[in-house]
Design a protein around this ligand. Structure first.
Ligand code: SF4
Ligand code: SF4
Length: 345
């Protein structure tokens, strides 16, 4: 099966140069969508430190997706690899009368969590490095999850390309979890169904952007439609080509795009600044493919234009002077988007 054609494709661009790892996006999503029974351990939006093992632990080695269009065998992540919900010792701390003698800790002791390897990164001092990578379901054009579902419970909406799981059709087989190479589907053991990011479709239908993007204090996220030539998504992805998907080699054609992180420079033995970036290009290529080096050179050249007192439309777009107007361009329309309405959020 090839990629699925839709009328318009909702998409997101995340500028990794602005993400500060605050997890506001994760909490915004958690409060809105995953508060029901069986969803305690779910984080439809995750933010991990790179390099790192991420969520679920070691997800990049778990397989799935496509190679030359052929579905690849994937692993089913366990709840421990996601990191189960932590029970804290509230009773002991707040009601035992021991006061300062105790502190809040997970009970039983936690072994992994959504943000477990926060700020560890890689490299040796003084040239250690890391950056943050927020992830949601990519609402792929060629969704491996959809293709793997024998119940046809997963569908891609024609009006906006959002990928959803029909909860009444899902029987909890979890083939979708094995097939998704981004490991962005969770299993609800109480309801016996698979669940995942819904791109806040009830908000999108009202012309309102996703909770993760609206709450982001770093203002790193742009939301709109890939074919809206006046919008930031089209410009960053198609026109200037400075935003690219994560692991394009997984073959699912994601619709979440990243502006790759620029790197601070390495220091030499005398602590003098060199021209060598701390984040190895090979590492970025392993995440975003071979085009990433070219994009970084473009971003550096655009930044230099501004430093020299000149103009850069790319940088101005990435900075986004008018919040939220410059970041979100979402047409209003319930269950069927037919025309773009300028200036709606
Ligand atoms: S990221 Fe995974 S769950 Fe989301 S549409 Fe793509 S294959 Fe499906
Ligand atoms: S809210 Fe924004 S800045 Fe904070 S972690 Fe999420 S994407 Fe990064």
């Amino acid at each position: 099966m090839a990629g699925i054609k839709v009328k318009h494709q909702a998409a997101m661009v995340l500028d990794l140069n602005k993400c500060m790892g605050c997890q506001t996006c994760s909490i915004a999503c958690k409060r809105l969508w995953t508060r029901e029974e069986g969803m305690e351990y779910m984080w439809w939006n995750t933010v991990n430190t790179q390099p790192g093992l991420g969520t679920p632990k070691g997800w990049e080695t778990m397989g799935g997706g496509f190679k030359n269009g052929i579905p690849q065998k994937g692993q089913l992540p366990s709840i421990d690899e996601f990191g189960s919900n932590w029970e804290f010792n509230f009773e002991e701390v707040y009601y035992s009368g021991k006061g300062q003698k105790t502190y809040l800790k997970p009970n039983p002791a936690a072994k992994w969590g959504m943000n477990w390897d926060e700020d560890e990164g890689a490299g040796e001092w003084p040239n250690s490095y890391f950056f943050y990578l927020p992830r949601i379901c990519n609402h792929c054009t060629h969704p491996a999850c959809l293709e793997a579902c024998p119940r046809k419970a997963i569908y891609k909406r024609e009006e906006d390309g959002i990928v959803l799981i029909d909860q009444s059709r899902c029987k909890g087989y979890r083939f979708c979890m094995e097939a998704c190479p981004y490991k962005k589907i969770y299993f609800n053991e109480i309801k016996n169904v698979s669940q995942k990011c819904i791109f806040c479709y009830p908000r999108i239908e009202q012309g309102i952007t996703t909770a993760c993007s609206r709450q982001c204090p770093g203002r790193i996220r742009f939301v709109g439609y890939l074919d809206d030539e006046d919008g930031p998504i089209y410009k960053l992805v198609k026109k200037w080509q400075v935003a690219i998907p994560l692991h394009p080699e997984y073959g699912t054609e994601p619709n979440v795009y990243y502006v790759p992180p620029l790197s601070s420079s390495k220091l030499d033995a005398d602590f003098k600044i060199t021209n060598e970036p701390r984040i190895p290009l090979e590492y970025l290529e392993s995440l975003f493919g071979k085009d990433v080096g070219k994009i970084i050179e473009t971003l550096k050249a655009e930044r230099q234009k501004k430093v020299d007192g000149g103009k850069s439309e790319i940088l101005d777009t990435l900075i986004g002077y008018r919040w939220p107007k410059d970041f979100f361009k979402i047409p209003k329309g319930k269950g069927g988007v037919t025309s773009f309405q300028k200036g709606t959020l």
